[in-house]
Design a protein around this ligand. Structure first.
Ligand SMILES: [Fe+2]
Ligand SMILES: [Fe+2]
Length: 452
């Protein structure tokens, strides 16, 4: 900037300051506070996490140490010479907070590789007329991701019930890195409860694990578990793990920001949220949960999602939800025992499976020809083969343990190869394969007729 331009800019700034000071004085506003704001030594405090893998959009999230407004520069060129900057937040104003920056990239091409870099402006905010950028920090590393879509590689991993156990998560992420899937489904109970956002940040952005950038190039999808809504911060988990973009669902499904129906190669991936494992009337939760209408709303969403051409035409339909949708054991609590989940017929006073979800969603998944359902919640790996109650194979992932013979942590890997969906269940503690299933493609691939 030459001297003349500098003086002009300074004059404009000074005039603006005088205007705002005068206006505020007239309004009786408090005088400007004396403070010496400083840019922190490290503003960006985590590697980026890719959230909500999809065909034409991708979420990028990272943490900051001070009030900031984050952004992503992304493009098709590996040096970002074609880079486009996308700010956090929505239209009109950006987001501004000191915890998690959430940036959603939209309008992307399916099955396409993109490169990106993260950055943030550190903001000193005094009031609505006075704020300044203290400094800008950009992560020097250029990362990459590939979007979902019909031409994407059909290869996924599923983890569940990590319950904020860093040793378990360390082992799981190492296994996932070795497998190198197209995406990972985190199938609920990421932690046990979160009363503050710091707990969510520790869970997602800086767990004590070796691979700190575990989700910077491998996108994640989330199917919430019952524990993921427990705690004051968990009730607004979307502050750390963003909802899908509003334009990615209909206005009727406005609040279903977590459900997903994504085509990845030959696989259609369907994500549902089974909600709490206690009934809404259970007095221990003081009427603070509303799972039943949530499950009903998801049935409407699911019916439409299964009719979408890219889903209905997929050779494989795989659904993910945290609480199992069936249990042949008559002593297993079905999660619909009002008013307080207690009944002498059942060994536990909370849901081991979700009968209401099974009644709502089961016929839709059956009619659509869903071949595989992956769940968690019980902390013990099991496989339920197709039976009279369901024609899908149901896999229930293991628990947050590395030394148990029954509750061992699992990575469930699905990969389409040679005209089959091959599913392999890895024990994350021992590295051994504990089970495998090979699934044939669906014969009928048309828009399903819905029977209620
Ligand atoms: Fe759990
Ligand atoms: Fe659970």
């Amino acid at each position: 900037m030459d001297r003349r331009s500098f003086l002009k800019s300074t004059a404009v700034l000074a005039a603006g300051t005088a205007f705002t000071d005068a206006a505020l004085a007239q309004e009786g506003a408090a005088p400007q506070e004396k403070a010496e704001p400083r840019m922190p030594a490290k503003l960006i405090t985590s590697a980026p996490m890719l959230q909500n893998y999809a065909e034409t959009s991708m979420g990028v999230a990272f943490t900051v140490s001070a009030l900031a407004s984050g952004y992503v520069i992304y493009g098709r060129q590996s040096d970002l010479s074609d880079g486009v900057k996308v700010k956090c937040g929505g239209y009109r104003v950006t987001d501004l907070n000191s915890d998690v920056m959430l940036i959603r990239l939209t309008g992307l091409e399916p099955a396409t590789k993109y490169y990106y870099r993260i950055g943030a402006d550190c903001i000193n905010y005094v009031h609505g007329h006075r704020m300044m950028i203290l400094g800008t920090e950009e992560d020097p590393r250029i990362y990459s991701f590939t979007t979902a879509g019909k031409d994407a590689k059909a290869h996924f991993c599923v983890i569940n019930d990590t319950h904020k156990s860093d040793p378990v998560f360390d082992r799981l992420t190492e296994k996932i890195a070795a497998i190198a899937p197209s995406c990972v489904v985190w199938n609920g109970d990421t932690m046990s409860h979160a009363e503050d956002i710091e707990t969510l940040k520790e869970t997602l952005f800086y767990p004590e694990i070796k691979i700190r950038d575990y989700a910077s190039e491998t996108p994640y999808l989330l199917s919430c578990g019952n524990h993921d809504v427990r705690g004051l911060a968990a009730r607004h988990y979307e502050r750390a793990w963003m909802f899908r973009q509003p334009e990615e669902r209909s206005s009727r499904d406005w609040d279903l920001g977590r459900c997903f129906a994504v085509r990845m190669g030959d696989v259609a991936m369907i994500g549902l949220d089974t909600g709490e494992d206690k009934v809404d009337t259970n007095p221990i939760f003081c009427n603070l949960f509303n799972s039943e209408p949530y499950r009903e709303a998801q049935a409407k969403w699911l019916e439409d999602a299964l009719r979408r051409p890219e889903i209905a035409s997929a050779p494989y339909i795989v659904a993910f939800c945290h609480i199992p949708l069936h249990d042949a054991d008559p002593a297993a609590n079905p999660g619909d025992i009002h008013p307080a989940d207690k009944d002498p017929r059942y060994r536990l006073d909370y849901a081991e499976w979700q009968r209401y979800c099974y009644q709502l969603w089961g016929p839709l998944l059956e009619n659509a020809g869903c071949q595989l359902l992956v769940c968690g919640h019980t902390h013990t790996y099991r496989r339920d083969d197709p039976c009279e109650a369901h024609s899908w194979t149901m896999l229930v992932g293991g628990g947050p343990s590395l030394d148990s013979e029954t509750d061992f942590a699992t990575v469930i890997e699905g990969k389409v190869e040679g005209g089959r969906l091959d599913v392999t269940v890895h024990n994350a503690a021992t590295g051994k394969v504990v089970d495998s299933v090979s699934i044939a493609p669906r014969k009928k691939r048309s828009v399903p007729k819905i029977r209620r």
